[in-house]
Ligand binder design. Structure first.
Ligand code: FES
Length: 252
């Protein structure tokens, strides 16, 4: 069940250039949230009437907090990054359907900010997951440090070869699936990456889930702005039926 709570920001800092981590007190949401779900944040400043969808990156049941890692790119997210600890923000959630958490040996594959919702999964899996992360260069893979204590192994690929294997996540994935004992692949990142990951997982007969990103209006299933065509021909809403889908539901 989703709730709207006014939560105090207890921490906000920049992790890497333009990438911010904000932690908010929201005990009811922390208790209910599952990896892959998101919230809608109401930015309490300026003329922002719409709420902003943000994936949940971390949850602390002990502190009763949820944390978000987001890139400050547009007006809304830049305004979000300016809020300091002590500010109260309205959080609506948890929303949508998350990842399947039944896997024994999940492999998380993420590119760019897709590594944010996967972090919650890694924490939840309590050291039984591995992560494969891709970026343009080593600087973009600041995530390694963050993931290290939550997963068994961290594999990296970079376009320029400055860290890990040179190439894309899809370059290294076949080798990992060949050698590993993974029973689920979950992917979050650019759509072209997720399509490639899903195709390879399918070749190796490993179930694959993807988290889609779509522009959202209401985030509650009411406005249709996030509708997509599924492979069965049925229209689905990313905000309500997703954002997580089985790959074969959404990719040919
Ligand atoms: Fe309105 Fe999904 S964002 S229906």
């Amino acid at each position: 069940p989703k709730v709207a709570v006014d939560g105090e920001i207890i921490a906000q800092h920049e992790l890497a250039k333009d990438v911010w981590r904000m932690e908010v007190e929201a005990r009811e949401i922390a208790r209910e949230a599952e990896p892959g779900q998101f919230v809608q944040l109401q930015i309490p400043r300026g003329a922002f009437t719409l709420r902003r969808p943000v994936g949940i990156a971390e949850v602390s049941l002990q502190k009763g907090t949820v944390a978000f890692i987001y890139r400050a790119v547009g007006k809304g997210t830049k305004a979000l990054a300016q809020l300091t600890a002590g500010t109260v923000i309205n959080v609506l959630g948890p929303l949508g359907h998350g990842f399947s958490c039944k896997a024994k040996r999940p492999l998380l594959v993420g590119g760019g900010m897709g590594l944010s919702p996967l972090l919650f999964y890694a924490e939840h899996a309590q050291g039984k997951a591995d992560v494969l992360m891709g970026g343009r260069c080593e600087r973009e893979l600041f995530w390694q440090e963050i993931y290290k204590s939550h997963v068994q192994e961290v594999f990296c690929t970079t376009d320029d070869g400055s860290c890990g294997t040179k190439g894309f996540t899809t370059t290294l994935l076949p080798e990992l699936l060949q050698k590993g004992d993974y029973d689920l692949v979950i992917a979050c990142g650019p759509e072209i990456m997720m399509k490639g990951i899903a195709r390879i997982a399918h070749e190796y007969n490993i179930p694959c889930q993807v988290s889609l990103e779509k522009r959202m209006g209401c985030g509650l299933g009411a406005c249709l702005s996030c509708s997509i065509d599924t492979t069965s021909g049925e229209r689905k809403k990313v905000c309500k039926d997703g954002p997580v889908f089985w790959a074969e539901e959404v990719f040919d």
